[in-house]
Ligand binder design. Sequence first.
Ligand SMILES: Cc1ncc(COP(=O)(O)O)c(C=O)c1O
Length: 371
Amino acid sequence: METRNDSFLDTPDPREAVSALNPYSAPLEGRRKLLRLDFNENTIGPSPLVIQALREISREEISIYPEYSGLTEKLLKNLNKRNPNIQINSSEIGIFNGVDAAINAIFHAYGEDNEVMLTTSPTFGYYTPCAQMRGMSITSIPYEGIDYQYPFKKICKFIIQNNPKILLICNPNNPTGTRLSPERIVEIANLSSKTLVVVDELYEAFTGDSVLPFINFQKTPNLVVLRSLSKTAGLAGLRIGFAIGNYKVINIVNRVTGPYDVNSFAVIAAFAALKDQSYIDSYVNEVLKARNWLTTKFEKHKVKYHIGGGNYFLLWPQSGPIETEEKLKQSGILVRSMDQKINLKGCLRVSIGTIEQMKRFWSTFKLIDKV
Ligand SMILES: Cc1ncc(COP(=O)(O)O)c(C=O)c1O
C-alpha cells in the first residue's frame, strides 16, 4: 500500500473563504447510554410507529432511490390540523437532510462574497460558518437586558440602512429561549424585499408562536420558515427537516441540493412520525410539565436560571460551568457549557426531558452545587 508523503500537501487550493473557516464543531461522540441534556433532542425516542415502519422496510425500498411523494402534503395536513389559519400549499415546502442542510442550502443559493448576514448573538452556532463559507460578512446584534430581549429596534434600523442579504431569526432562540412575536417578524420581513428573512422555528412546538398562520408567501415572498423532526419527533439521527416559503424561493434553494439528499429511512420514518402526531404532542406536553416542575424548584432554592421558549434553560452553577459540566458527566448526565458565548459567562444550557429525567437531573445537580 502506498504511504502518504509530502506530495500530499501539494493539492489544489480550496476557496479562500473555506480555508479561513472555523468549522462548526460539537462534542457528538460517546453520548450513548447517558442522560443527554446537551443537544435539546427528544430524550425518549420516536413513536413506536416509527420503529415498526423502519423494521418493516423492504429490500426493494433499500435498493431504489428514495421517493418523496405525499410527504409535504402530510406535513401540511398536520400543520393545518394544528392551526387552520395556515394558508400554504405543498409546493411551498422543501424537504432537506435536516434543517442544518436547509440552512446550508439557503446560504449556498443566496449568500455571496462581501454581502451581509444579519443575526443576533448568542444564537445557534451553525449560521456563522454557513455565511463564512460563502464569503459573507456577519453582523450579530446582542440580545438585550438580563432577560435577553430581541434587539428589535436595532435589527430594523440595520435592515433599513444596510439591506443585508440574509437575516437569521432563531425563534425561540437557542440558547436564550428569547421569543419574538409573529407580528414583529412580519414587520421585519416587510422592511426590505432585498433581505431574505429566515425564521428558524426548530423549537416552535414548545411555544406555539409560529409565524406560519400570519404569512401568505405570495405577499411576503422574502420569508422562509424552517421546521424539523429532530427535536420533537425524535428523528435527529435520521436527519429530516423542512423549509417553508414562496415556491420560487423553495425552488431556488432546492437547486443547490442533490436530487436524493434525503434518504429513504428518513422519509419512511417521517411519514410514520407524522401519522402519530399525538405521540409528538404528548411528548411536548410532558416537557412543558417538566419545565414547570423545575421552575418551582429553582424558585424555591433560589438557583440562578433563565427559561424562555424551547425545551432548554440556562443555569448559573455556583461552582462554575466547566466543573459542574464535568461532575454531571461523571454522574451520567450531559449538559453544555455556554461559558464562551457572549453574555452567557458562567452558564450551562440544559435540555428539558421528562419529569422523571428532570428529577434525576435536579437531585444530582443539588448535590454537586450544594443547593
Ligand atoms: C436552532 C437550531 N436550528 C437548527 C438545528 C439543526 O436541526 P436539524 O437536526 O433539523 O438539522 C438545531 C439543532 O440543534 C438548532 O438548535
